[in-house]
Ligand binder design. Structure first.
Ligand SMILES: Nc1ncnc2c1ncn2[C@@H]1O[C@H](COP(=O)(O)OP(=O)(O)OP(=O)(O)O)[C@@H](O)[C@H]1O
Ligand SMILES: [Mg+2]
Length: 260
């Protein structure tokens, strides 16, 4: 059962008119997690992720960003009644279908053995579907890679190219949401731009909802529609990236100073 007061709702939804009008893809309500030794990791997190937008999550190391992201596809199991996808408690959904709908990329891509095409075909193959060459090429193009990559093996790729293959492999599951945990922190500036272009293209062409954890304020300002600042497991600010300088929390100011 949801336990949310009108005040909480107001606080977390009253960001901007256009954002309020967008429908929430994810709703997080009073999500709390303590470590086994009783240390707080997430504390009463309430957050709305509007459908079709890119939401950036920033915050100091250890503030709970990865834990929050992992709770959205049950890599970490949230308590019932705290995370809702399209209005449904994710704990009530089949976990494999949830993870197909909510794809995830990590800091470093891990490719399976075989060719790039084998990697892209992996998810559909598990469901008994075989992607045609044209479909594989289309997915590679969506991830900003040209079709010639299909026959290459993982060992022949740079980390940036491998990250785009991992993105194409995730896209083969036709996700509605992408969770990106520092997807470009190991990449050079050109590869970073390729990934950012791919994320923006997916938003524009498919209305993809994306949640990206990043240490780079500049990256968030380039691609995100909204930014959420997490400090000590608490959401302390949710605002448009261009309004970060108006944020009240001292950590927001510190982030801005360090990134300018
Ligand atoms: N499985 C776990 N058991 C115990 N503590 C954990 C576990 N996972 C994370 N933590 C702790 O929870 C806190 C938040 O971790 P998390 O990885 O979510 O932070 P983060 O914001 O992603 O950090 P970073 O920027 O370094 O990636 C940290 O103090 C971490 O040590
Ligand atoms: Mg992390």
């Amino acid at each position: 059962m949801e336990t949310i007061t009108r005040d909480d709702e107001q606080q977390h939804l009253m960001v901007d008119v256009d954002v309020i009008e967008a429908r929430s893809k994810f709703r997080v309500r009073e999500l709390t997690r303590d470590s086994e030794t009783g240390v707080s990791i997430l504390s009463r997190v309430c957050l709305d992720i509007p459908k079709g937008l890119i939401v950036g999550i920033i915050g100091p190391s250890g503030s709970g960003k990865s834990t929050l992201l992992r709770s959205l596809n049950r890599l970490w199991e949230p308590p019932a009644g705290t995370v809702f996808l399209d209005g449904r408690d994710i704990c009530d959904l089949d976990v494999l279908s949830l993870r197909r709908k909510v794809g995830m990329l990590f800091q470093l891509p891990v490719l399976f053995e075989g060719t790039v095409a084998d990697n892209v075909r992996y998810g559909p193959h598990l469901r008994g579907e075989k992607l045609t060459d044209t479909e594989v090429h289309k997915l590679l193009n969506l991830a900003d890679l040209d079709s010639s990559f299909a026959s290459k093996t993982g060992g022949a790729l740079s980390v940036g190219q491998a990250q785009r293959v991992a993105l194409a492999r995730t896209l083969a599951n036709e996700p509605e949401v992408l969770l990106l945990d520092e997807p470009t922190s190991a990449l050079d500036p050109i590869s970073t731009q390729n990934i950012e272009d791919a994320i923006l293209k997916l938003k524009k062409s498919q209305g993809m909802t994306t949640i990206i954890v990043s240490h780079s304020i500049k990256q968030i300002q380039r691609i995100a529609d909204l930014v959420c600042l997490l400090v000590n497991g608490e959401v302390v600010e949710v605002l448009k990236p261009e309004h970060l300088s108006e944020a009240n929390h001292p950590m927001a100011q510190k982030f801005l100073e360090l990134s300018s």
